[in-house]
Design a protein around this ligand. Sequence first.
Ligand code: ZN
Length: 286
Amino acid sequence: MARAIELPAWPGRAKVAVCLTFDVDAEAPWLAQSPAYARRLSTLSEGRYGVVRALPRILELLERHGASATFYVPGATAERHPDCVRAIVAAGHEVGHHGHDHLRSHQIDADVQRAEVEAGLEALANVAGVVPRGYRSPAWELTPETFALLLEHGFGYDSSCMGDDRPYLEELDGQTILELPVHWSLDDWPYYGWSVEAGGNLLAPSVWLENWLGEFDSGVAEHRLVTYTMHPEVIGRGYRLVALDRLIAEVKRRSDAWFATHAEVAAHLRSYSRTSSSTDVPPTST
Ligand code: ZN
């Protein structure tokens, strides 16, 4: 169930809030599919490209634009590439929870879902001293068990559901969590992702840019939040990074946008709900 909340004006009277989010999957989703991928060095190398080559370029791009971003990092990626996660933190960006082994919640039992959440928390704390406030489910599939684990561990928001295109409360059995929604059309993977087994589209950046700027324009018209989801190994190819540079520049040219992390948006909504009687964004419990 989705429950609407009243949205406040954005800080600085910005007309729209823009969240650039990156799921730093690296090798984890391949190894989660099957242990057989441990022998597939070429496949794993594409995932690794995301952290060793793409991530530094993305951090440089964000710094040049003065834009904060949110990076959702599986615990296993943090353990395999600790310096990359530390570089994200050192650059002032947010690190969110993205499982541990990137196992899909709906394909694992309740005990393994608990292990995914708790091992992910432990890894981010050990590697980078991070206590994530937000969660994004691997492959965007939340289950009742994982929903309950997020409340148990005091997460401030989730970013895995699509029940609205504005921030809202995702509700289950009378309990709620703040949802900063996503959508497949605002994910780089359907445009650019490709694999030997599944194929893909490999669309031109012009198509991607037109869709994402269209979403931005509609976000400005409605003064809402626009969340873009990217994967370093996907968006971090040379010509696609040029297009991302163009997207950010065009967003800045077209309107007054607040580039914020998901944590900053959640904190803004929560502080507004405390001073307004008409909204009820739940407080975080820890
Ligand atoms: Zn992922």
